[in-house]
Design a protein around this ligand. Structure first.
Ligand SMILES: C[S@@+](CC[C@H](N)C(=O)[O-])C[C@H]1O[C@@H](n2cnc3c(N)ncnc32)[C@H](O)[C@@H]1O
Length: 425
């Protein structure tokens, strides 16, 4: 039987919360496997990302109405329906409730009738409840932000800025494009405030357009577009991109090259393929070779002083991506941050030995927490006396902190991002 949009959204949500699937990957798979009408795909996407990003709030709304915790799929169906009622103005409440009852009835041929009656009762009680029009008192529930992350944010940024960050994560991500052909014009976009080659749109499927497919532009967050310019490329450099997949920054660096070349590393074959596919679409394959390698072993593999430039776009907690990947918030525990710092320092240490004298190394992450940003560069500089930090400047002075680019998501509605630059003496 052909599944409808809400059933597909529910399948994705169950996959995320019971099988620990990544929301973006599960959503792509379910959209491919189910023959949905084109018009339903954005609806499914909005449902999935909406429910993921507001899970704790949605459960708060109905918690007083439930005598005991329902089965996980039924709780998720309640969440899915409450989300439509509270946050989707164009969906009539009656349609949301009727569809939920149908899904519950079809779910299980033994318990279906009972589940249908149960969800109907819960939703009708919710419509009459006081909580429907109330707001929770804690940020943890209001923004569905786990305590671990919330505490870290308040400690680092203080209450006021944390509130601004959380509020900005509530509004949808922009789509950012990087022009490859400088003459390309893309309808529905405006110039980026941060990147000279960037265009920004509030929404839209720009990956389906001919100018994307023929490599005249690519999709890359404005913050990520600030990395390649920091390598001061003249065109003839030998570059190592230590953690390169899917190749957003590799291909950007390649646009600066004439006779130079980039060796792009990553741990997995399927990820190296993404770099190669991106390079082919953008017409820069001749400037890039990919290699499967653990970046903590750069020096063991390449030896001393081999590269003019090295980019370490390090594996990180990805907290800066929460707006685009809302499920990230539920996947962290406190040990993640210290484990990542250790790997980040190991990669920098190994890479530093393979950088030529006077060479430039750039370190970047898509996280906003000090442990993976400023603390890492302090520890690196303390143990590498032959390196100095190079102060980065940018016409938007507010994105520079202590000589590094440091963007939190509320500033320019980008990803949270960090870039530091070093020179070897
Ligand atoms: C932040 S992403 C890189 C994004 C990429 N630079 C871009 O702009 O498209 C980090 C990448 O590092 C890879 N990675 C993680 N640990 C690694 C290691 N020890 N050595 C090499 N690559 C690693 C991951 O597979 C992931 O693709």
């Amino acid at each position: 039987m052909k599944k409808n949009a809400r059933q597909v959204a529910l399948d994705v949500l169950n996959d995320v919360f019971t099988n620990d699937a990544y929301a973006n990957i599960s959503l792509d798979r379910h959209l491919r496997e189910n023959e949905l009408d084109e018009i339903d795909k954005p609806f499914v996407t909005a449902l999935v990302y909406g429910v993921v990003s507001k899970k704790d709030l949605l459960e708060w709304y109905t918690e007083p109405l439930l005598k005991k915790a329902p089965k996980p799929w039924l709780q998720m169906l309640i969440n899915l329906t409450v989300y439509q009622i509270q946050f989707m103005d164009k969906v009539p409440t009656s349609a949301a409730v009727d569809e939920a009852v149908k899904i519950a009835k079809n779910h299980d041929k033994h318990d279906g009738e009972t589940a249908g009656r149960f969800i109907n009762g819960v939703l009708r009680n919710f419509m009459r409840s006081e909580r429907k029009d109330q707001e929770p008192k804690t940020w943890e529930i209001k923004y569905s932000m786990p305590k671990l992350l919330l505490d870290k944010m308040v400690k680092q940024f203080g209450g006021k800025r944390t509130g601004a960050i959380l509020e900005s994560l509530e509004s949808p991500s922009h789509v950012s494009l990087r022009k490859i052909d400088p003459t390309v014009e893309v309808a529905g976009t405006r110039p980026s405030e941060l990147s000279p080659v960037g265009l920004v749109a509030d929404h839209g499927n720009f990956a389906a357009k001919q100018d994307f497919l023929s490599g005249r532009y690519t999709i890359q967050d404005e913050s990520s577009q600030l990395v390649a310019p920091q390598l001061e490329l003249q065109g003839d450099e030998q570059i190592l991109d230590a953690c390169a997949a899917p190749g957003g920054k590799t291909t950007h660096m390649a646009t600066y090259l004439t006779s130079g070349h980039i060796t792009a590393l990553d741990l997995y074959d399927h990820k190296l393929k993404l770099i190669n596919d991106n390079a082919a679409r953008q017409g820069v394959s001749d400037k890039i070779s990919t290699k499967k390698m653990d970046a903590t072993q750069i020096y063991e593999n390449f030896g001393k002083e081999k590269f003019d430039r090295i980019l370490v776009d390090a594996p990180c907690s990805g907290i800066g991506l929460i707006r685009r990947k809302p499920d990230i918030r539920y996947r962290k525990d406190s040990s993640d941050f210290s484990n990542l710092q250790k790997i980040q320092l190991e990669i920098l240490d190994s890479a530093s030995k393979s950088l030529k004298k006077s060479g430039i190394m750039v370190y970047s992450t898509c996280t906003i927490f000090d442990e993976e940003n400023f603390d890492v560069i302090k520890a690196f500089l303390a143990n590498h006396q032959d390196f100095e930090q190079v102060t980065i400047s940018h016409e938007k002075n507010d994105i520079i902190t202590d000589g590094c680019i440091f963007l939190t998501p509320e500033m320019y509605h980008t990803d949270g991002f960090f870039v530091a630059k070093f020179r070897k003496n």
